[in-house]
Ligand binder design. Structure first.
Ligand SMILES: Nc1ncnc2c1ncn2[C@@H]1O[C@H](COP(=O)(O)OP(=O)(O)OP(=O)(O)O)[C@@H](O)[C@H]1O
Length: 274
């Protein structure tokens, strides 16, 4: 279970109303894409889900409980850039979350705990297609590889909710399509709830189970500060998509999702390719 419930949320910075009266329920295992004009508050909304910002008014619940007021391991995040640490290797970046959660001040694991964490990190690195790059630094990786690394870094903590802020926006179209395939597979395998901000409508409709548009209903320059954006469109993709379930209606528009080594028999009871 990982349902997000946003209830009548407002966000104001000083006199500026960025978001007004936003209500949204994101079902467990859904993949919601947030779209909307530049500056309408998509990132602000995502940062509230992460716990980096608090709503001015309203409530955000995760599985019925108020969202903790700071980021935690139940919510992973990947940004367009700068999600990974440049001075750590690929392995070091993926291990970091484990080390921090085990030893908050020293950020180091020892003995069997460390060996197990390394094993887990290596598996995840292979899962995102980076096997063999464990000792490389981010600067030695392409943009697509860095975003794969950022996904592995977020996923090692097994978050209930994955938050993505234009994670693939800086990638070339070919690489982006490859990472989309990976993202879709990871969503099915982990069965996380995903909320992704994107400017790319094709990306939104390729990946998401639901596309939600934010917009200011009143957008005259003199009203900019007084009214915020809210949800103006909410489109459920047909045929319906849900993490861990293959569509019974038709194959996905991008074709079958190849696996890099995971058996997905348990995820697709019909034996269909996800
Ligand atoms: N910490 C802050 N303090 C004051 N104003 C802020 C802060 N963060 C965001 N804003 C303002 O909130 C508004 C919405 O910004 P936000 O980055 O959420 O929009 P966005 O829809 O994600 O934009 P883009 O699509 O261009 O990334 C902007 O006017 C921005 O200046």
């Amino acid at each position: 279970m990982s349902e997000l419930k946003i209830e009548r949320v407002w966000k104001e910075y000083g006199d500026q109303i960025v978001l007004e009266n936003v209500s949204l329920t994101v079902a467990s295992r859904a993949f919601v894409a947030l779209v909307g004009p530049s500056g309408c508050g998509k990132t602000t909304f995502l940062r509230m889900l992460l716990g980096q910002e608090q709503p001015t008014k309203g409530k955000i619940l995760l599985d019925g409980e108020p969202l903790p007021s700071e980021p935690g391991p139940d919510r992973g995040v990947v940004f367009q850039r700068y999600s990974v640490f440049p001075h750590l290797t690929v392995l070091g970046n993926v291990l970091l979350g484990k080390e921090f959660s085990a030893a908050r001040y020293k950020a180091r694991l020892f003995g069997a705990a460390r060996r197990n964490a390394i094993e887990e990190a290596r598996e995840l690195i292979a899962e995102v297609g980076l096997a063999g790059s464990e000792r490389k630094y981010p600067a030695q990786l392409s943009g697509g590889m860095q975003q794969r690394l950022a996904l592995a870094q977020a996923l090692i903590m097994k978050p209930k909710v994955l938050l993505l802020d234009e994670p693939f926006g800086a990638l070339d179209p070919g690489i982006r399509a490859e990472v989309h395939t990976l993202m879709k597979r990871l969503w099915h395998e982990t069965q996380m709830t995903v909320v992704m901000v994107t400017h790319d409508m094709r990306e939104a409709f390729t990946l998401a189970s639901r596309v939600v548009a934010f917009e200011r209903r009143r957008d005259r320059p003199e009203e900019k500060e007084r009214y915020g954006a809210t949800i103006t469109k909410d489109i459920s993709i047909w045929p319906p998509r849900l993490a861990g379930q293959s569509s019974i209606f038709s194959p996905d528009r991008d074709g079958p999702v190849a696996s890099l080594g995971h058996s997905r028999d348990d995820l697709a009871p019909s034996g269909e390719t996800l």
